[in-house]
Design a protein around this ligand. Sequence first.
Ligand code: ATP
Ligand code: MG
Length: 383
Amino acid sequence: MTGITTTDLVKRFDDVTAVDGVDLNVREGEFLVLVGPSGCGKSTTLRLLAGLESPTEGAVAIADEDVTTTSPGERDVAMVFQSYALYPHMTARENMTFGLTTATQFTDDEVNDRVAEAAEILDIEDLLDRTPSALSGGEQQRVAIGRALVRDPEVFLMDEPLSNLDAKLRVQMRAELAELHAQLQTTTLYVTHDQVEAMTLGDRVAVMNDGEIQQVAPPQLLYDAPATRFVAEFIGSPGMNTVEGTIKRRGDAVHVTWEQNTVPLPRPVPEAVTSRAGESVVLGVRPEDLSQEKRGPLNMEVTVTEPLGDSLLTRGVVGATEMEVSLPPRSAVNVGDVLSLTADPQRLHLFDVETGAAFYHSADDVASEATDQTARDAPRSRT
Ligand SMILES: Nc1ncnc2c1ncn2[C@@H]1O[C@H](COP(=O)(O)OP(=O)(O)OP(=O)(O)O)[C@@H](O)[C@H]1O
Ligand SMILES: [Mg+2]
């Protein structure tokens, strides 16, 4: 097993708890993405795995071996940093091979073979004799990945390696990283704050907030059945709308109401919901699961329209609550209009007001899928 396991990992810096009890399991050959907002503890987690920080509490195992107190050089990991961290006075080749002959058993011939192989994979054969100042950002980034590749480690750790690239190059490199992983199948933990990058690259995605992992799941499941209100609001572009309301029950009809608005839940409504009748609850519905309907139950006054080309993202207020709705492109909608909206009954979510934990997803298939997740979500093969 060349996976990574952390057990109750904690890292405190004076009064800041950067990592707060993280149990993470990256499976052998898996591409796991750790995503979360700025300052939530992603880089610290990665640095703990690389051995660049030592944990306040807890343990790290790589390939079933406890490496909690092992020095970085003795862990079989290669890290790619956001800043690339290339030596400016060395050529691309020297950057890639620096320390390789002294730290490992490789002969010069073996090192040359490895560089040639990595350079071919990354398409940088013609750039090997240039120094970083003569390389574009994207090329420097490939060299930084090349440096990780030639080490042929058990594990890749990548900290926002694409964040310095422009949008187009980022999308291109994203596809190349996915291809690279399909080819090498090296266990990878990849950090980003970009949820689109997380969703497109990850076999599974771990969502982190305030030093804690909120959910680990395959991308589609994370979107369909977020385990917490935080995950619901973080995943999606834009994230899920959430509003505090009350569960109202009349016979076997159940609604969530707030102000003048009422959203009916599809029948049959499970016991987990009916037992909370009369209680406060957080209702969640994604912008793309709202649509215009003649006499829809929600009236939204439009405050902003953003044509995205393939959709018209429309922001507004429903009562006192800000919401976003994704409408078909070229919808005739103007600021100040009052839209009549309805929510797809099969795409509703309920969260506990206090804890933020999800206790209901209306889609039939999703609820059971969320329960089966642990049994089912072995790493996908992406060939
Ligand atoms: N060496 C340090 N000393 C003190 N506090 C630190 C140190 N390193 C990180 N922190 C704090 O720990 C928290 C987590 O930092 P970390 O760098 O892990 O966040 P991050 O999720 O990688 O954020 P970003 O997306 O901005 O890179 C932050 O509050 C940060 O200020
Ligand atoms: Mg960081």
